[in-house]
Write a new protein. Sequence first.
Length: 227
Amino acid sequence: MSPAATERPSDWPATEQSRLARPLMRVVMRLLARFDVQGAENMPAPPLIVTANHLSYFDVAAMTPFLPVGVIGMAAEKYRGTWLEPLFRANALIWVRQFSADRDALKKALMVLEHGAPLAIAPEGTRSKTGGLIQGREGAAFLATRANVPIVPAVVWGTEKILKRPRPQVHLRIGKPYRLPEGRAKGPELAEYTERIMCALAALLPEQYHGVYRGNPLIEEMARIVR
């Protein structure tokens, strides 16, 4: 694949921006919450895809200090031009049209992976309103299989309590990397791989955050891989 120059994210690689954001986000989050971080040593060298759950606007700030320098995030286009945009721009961004097959965003994501960069994506595609995992979407599985890169599951919980309680406890867990079969997966395969991605996240979360994946037998299987 040889992406055209127009497919390049406008602010990528933004490595210096990422280096500056990491200590800033660390200070801000330490003021807002108490942190418990485990598994930071599991992050391999890029290219890779970090898959994450999404409970709060503060998830990005909580995770940024522990993600690889120069990571490219994927964010919903609807936040562009809002007061939340600076928060998302702690890292370089690919803007995505939510709940659609945004081919331009997927091409940009493949391009950065092929250039050896790290990519971060929330497979749910939006914040959970239930407090638990919601149905995952297939973009992360599509990218991981096409680019043949490892997936690093990362979960955070407690961010949903920030500004609602004084300095709540926030937990961040980074799991061990794993891979999906390389190839042009479609239909049932993408659905199966997406379920694995989501169950890997569930394996790192307390059961009350498992949401729609509660009781899924794949959680135990993925736990043996990512814990």
